[in-house]
Design a protein around this ligand. Structure first.
Ligand code: SF4
Ligand code: SF4
Length: 448
């Protein structure tokens, strides 16, 4: 089996984003292979943990990927404050005589946005609505690269390292079998220390808020990397509850057209024609200006405009999400009118410092938490979704009552369809098959 076939067999999808199947993404020839080790969102530390503890594996995998896709440049993007991780990777680069280079950047948000990272490393702007391949690059998250190393040893994706932080007794980085409930992960970390709490699955800027009522049904998937527990009355939890009508009314009554949202928009700063202040004006004045509203389609939803830039605390990002949804329903697609995009010369001065962003989000206390490491969860039951990430779902190839071993192939993507295979994350007996495969452990086992 070649590397791509091994990656396909192992069921690898992008570990840090929307979950695009990795064997499809790497089926190309490019100039640059870039590893995203920047852990874009504040508070998350799972990727750092892996780079610190598995630098040998990551460097070996990057070399193999580089050969497979013919990449001339192999680059790992990191923040310059990641001293231990930089040291570990440098040691591994020396040990394997690797040609991998480290690209160090300041701690700013969203340094790990794929388009921002490509711009920082290559100076090239990916066209709006485009992908890194358009400018001769491929980007993979460091967690994905670690999974590729495992695939090289014929080990499929069966677990995730998850950062659990915030209002929990033992903030930790935990090794979690895919399909474990969020409830069980929280219990492993001593449980929530606040009675009324909400959960953010992912980072505070782009993660999904979830009520605590769902912790028993929501399970960890291949794309999860963090659970943040916040008080129910926290600014971030309350903000999510605002209706679109309320946001539109706010835009009408309070947008002062200062255009700070546009000045600080990371996509505008790399040369994309997106101007959130104009979208806000169009909404406020009921202008229905299609040329302006269409710009919402190239918003990456990073949240800089509303969580950091706007002095009136308005919601340009969520207005964009709303407008984007409406345009998609009407079949509108983004089309570029030029191939030339030029970054703003003031970009370096307009980057959002992570520390200041964390303070603005009222999360500084969590940033100071020391995370425990090395804990593993041994669940007595998992529910492994048949669809995780972008593409088609898988079809179960086991039956209720079957005994399965950890790592066994249990869900297959149909031939010719885009998706990712699914494997048992614990050994046990298949107890139910629906949109997920439930496995009950026969006996407690330790993840190796
Ligand atoms: S930053 Fe806020 S007030 Fe200023 S233009 Fe943008 S939405 Fe309006
Ligand atoms: S969320 Fe706001 S800042 Fe981010 S890309 Fe969209 S418009 Fe720009």
């Amino acid at each position: 089996m070649n590397l791509l076939e091994k990656i396909r067999e192992a069921g690898i999808i992008g570990a840090g984003g929307a979950g695009f199947p990795t064997h499809v993404k790497l089926n190309c020839k490019v100039e640059y292979f870039i590893v995203n080790g920047l852990e874009c969102e504040p508070l998350l530390q799972s990727d750092k943990y892996m780079m610190r503890n598995n630098s040998d594996e990551i460097i070996q995998a990057v070399e193999e990927i580089g050969k497979a896709i013919g990449a001339e440049h192999l680059v790992i993007g990191l923040k310059e404050e990641y001293k231990d991780e930089i040291q570990a990777l440098k040691t591994s680069i020396g040990k394997f005589n690797s040609r991998v280079k480290l690209h160090l950047s300041r701690a700013f948000y969203p340094a790990g946005d794929e388009q921002v990272l490509v711009y920082e490393v290559t100076g090239r702007t990916i066209p709006p609505a485009g992908i890194p391949l358009n400018v001769g690059t491929v980007v993979s998250n460091s967690g994905t690269v670690f999974n590729i190393y495992e695939a090289m040893q014929d080990k499929p994706v069966t677990y995730k390292f998850v950062t659990v932080i915030g209002e929990v007794a033992k903030p930790s980085i935990v090794k979690v079998p895919i399909g474990t409930t969020v409830k069980e992960v929280l219990e492993k970390c001593g449980g929530a220390i606040t009675r009324d709490y909400a959960i953010i699955m992912g980072g505070p800027m782009m993660g999904k808020r979830m009520s605590k009522d769902h912790i028993e049904s929501r399970v960890i998937t291949k794309t999860d990397g963090a659970i943040i527990v916040i008080p129910e009355d926290h600014y971030l939890a309350q903000r999510e509850k605002m209706t679109i009508e309320h946001m539109k009314n706010q835009a009408k009554s309070a947008c002062i057209q200062c255009h700070f949202c546009t000045d600080m928009c990371p996509r505008n700063l790399i040369g994309h024609p997106i101007n959130p202040h104009k979208i806000m004006r169009s909404i406020a004045l009921n202008e229905d200006n299609k040329d302006v509203l269409k710009q919402a389609m190239i918003c990456c939803e990073c949240g800089v405009c509303e969580m950091y830039a706007c002095p009136m605390r308005l919601s340009p990002k969520r207005i964009n999400v709303y407008v984007k949804g409406k345009l998609r329903e009407s079949g509108v697609k983004w089309e570029n009118t030029t191939n030339t995009f030029t970054g703003n010369i003031l970009r370096d001065y307009r980057k959002v410092p992570t520390e200041r962003l964390v303070a603005r989000l009222q999360l500084s206390g969590y940033k100071r938490q020391r995370l425990q490491e090395g804990e593993e969860i041994n669940p007595i039951e998992v529910k492994i979704p048949l669809r995780q990430g972008i593409g088609a779902g898988t079809t179960a190839i086991v039956n209720v009552g079957d005994t399965v071993e950890k790592g066994q192939f249990i869900g297959r993507v149909e031939e010719g369809k885009m998706g990712a295979n699914v494997h048992a994350s614990i050994g046990g007996v298949v107890s139910e098959i629906s949109d997920s495969i439930a496995i009950k452990a026969i006996q407690a086992e330790v993840i190796k």
